[in-house]
Ligand binder design. Structure first.
Ligand SMILES: C[S@@+](CC[C@H](N)C(=O)[O-])C[C@H]1O[C@@H](n2cnc3c(N)ncnc32)[C@H](O)[C@@H]1O
Length: 275
C-alpha cells in the first residue's frame, strides 16, 4: 500500500501551498543546515567542475549547500513543482544554475551525464522509489556518486500510524536495498538527526537517513522495471484525492507536534541523558 501523499498529483498540490513558507520552515524544523551539510559532504564534491543534478531540488535549499563546492553553472535543479522552483529562481547564489521541471522517476538527462546526483527529502513522495533510484544510477557516470536523504520509519506505534497515513517513511534497510538492487556499490548509510533530538529515532524523522553509493559501470541500471505505475496526465479520482489530502493533513499535524515535543524534552532533560 502507498501512503496518502506518495502520489505525484497530491505532492504537486501539497507543494503548491508549502512552497510559500518552505524556506522559513527548514532550519526551524527537522531539516537543519547542519544536516544538509552532512549530506552534501557525502557527495564528495572534490572538484569545482563536477556536473551535479539536484533532483526534487525544490526551493534550492540543498543546492545552496552544493554551490559552495562546485560552480553553479554545472548544477541543475529539477523538481515537479513550478512553485518550489520559482523560489529557487529568486536566490542569488543559484542564478547560474539550470532550473527545470521534471519527474524524478523519469529524468530528462542522458545516460552517464552527471558526476554527482543528490536528492534530499523527495523520495517519500515517489510512488516507486526503486524507479527513482534506478534513474539516479542511470544519469551518473561510471565512478560517479549518488546521495539520497529521506525520512526514517518510527518505531513508536502512534507515530508509525500517522507516518504511514502521510507519506513514505522507509526503514534504513529499504534505502540500502534500493541502492544495492539498482547496482550501486560502496553503499553507506549515515543517520541524520537535528542536534536537539539527541539521537532519538522512535518517532521517526522527516530527514533521518542519508544513503550514498558509487556507480561501478556505465549505462542504465541492470535492474529492469516494467511500465511506470503512475502517469500524472491520466488525472485522479477527486474523492480519492480528497481522502488522501485529509489523511496527509492528519499526518502533518502529528509531525508538527512531534518536533516541538522533542524540543521541549531536550530543554528540560539534564544534559548527557537520552530523551
Ligand atoms: C521536502 S522538499 C525538498 C526540497 C529540497 N531538496 C530541500 O532539500 O529542501 C521535496 C521536493 O520534492 C519534490 N517532488 C516530489 N515528488 C517529485 C517527483 N516525482 N519528481 C520531482 N520532484 C518531486 C517536491 O515538489 C518538493 O519540492
Amino acid at each position: 500500500m502507498v501512503s496518502a501523499i506518495q502520489h505525484k498529483r497530491e505532492a504537486f498540490w501539497f507543494y503548491r501551498f508549502l512552497s510559500i513558507i518552505y524556506d522559513q520552515c527548514t532550519d526551524l524544523g527537522t531539516w537543519t543546515e547542519a544536516q544538509r551539510d552532512e549530506a552534501v559532504e557525502d557527495l564528495n564534491l572534490n572538484d569545482r567542475n563536477l556536473v551535479v543534478v539536484d533532483v526534487g531540488g525544490g526551493t534550492g535549499y540543498t543546492t545552496t549547500g552544493v554551490v559552495r563546492h562546485v560552480d553553479a553553472k554545472n548544477v541543475t535543479i529539477l523538481d515537479q513543482s513550478p512553485h518550489q522552483l520559482a523560489k529557487a529562481k529568486q536566490k542569488k547564489q543559484l542564478k547560474d544554475c539550470t532550473i527545470i521541471e521534471g519527474d524524478a522517476e523519469d529524468l530528462p538527462f542522458p545516460t552517464d551525464y552527471a558526476d554527482r546526483y543528490i536528492s534530499c527529502g523527495s523520495i517519500e513522495y515517489w510512488p516507486e522509489p526503486q524507479r527513482g533510484v534506478n534513474e539516479a544510477f542511470r544519469v551518473i557516470k561510471k565512478g560517479g556518486r549518488a546521495v539520497m536523504v529521506g525520512p526514517v520509519h518510527p518505531t513508536h506505534w502512534l507515530s508509525s500510524l500517522f507516518a504511514d497515513m502521510w507519506m513514505l517513511f522507509p526503514k534504513e534497510e529499504d534505502y540500502i536495498e534500493w541502492f544495492q538492487k539498482a547496482g550501486f556499490v560502496d553503499v553507506k548509510l549515515r543517520r541524520l538527526n537535528p542536534k536537539w533530538y539527541r539521537g532519538a529515532r522512535r518517532h521517526g524523522l522527516i530527514m533521518g537517513c542519508c544513503v550514498s553509493g558509487v556507480k561501478p559501470i556505465s549505462g542504465p541500471s541492470p535492474l529492469e522495471l516494467g511500465p511506470k505505475r503512475e502517469v500524472v496526465t491520466k488525472g485522479v479520482n477527486p474523492i480519492l484525492f480528497l481522502w488522501r489530502c485529509f489523511l496527509g493533513f492528519l499526518g502533518i499535524i502529528w509531525y508538527t507536534v512531534i518536533p516541538v515535543y522533542m524540543w521541549i524534552k531536550d530543554k528540560i532533560t539534564p544534559a548527557g541523558r537520552p530523551i
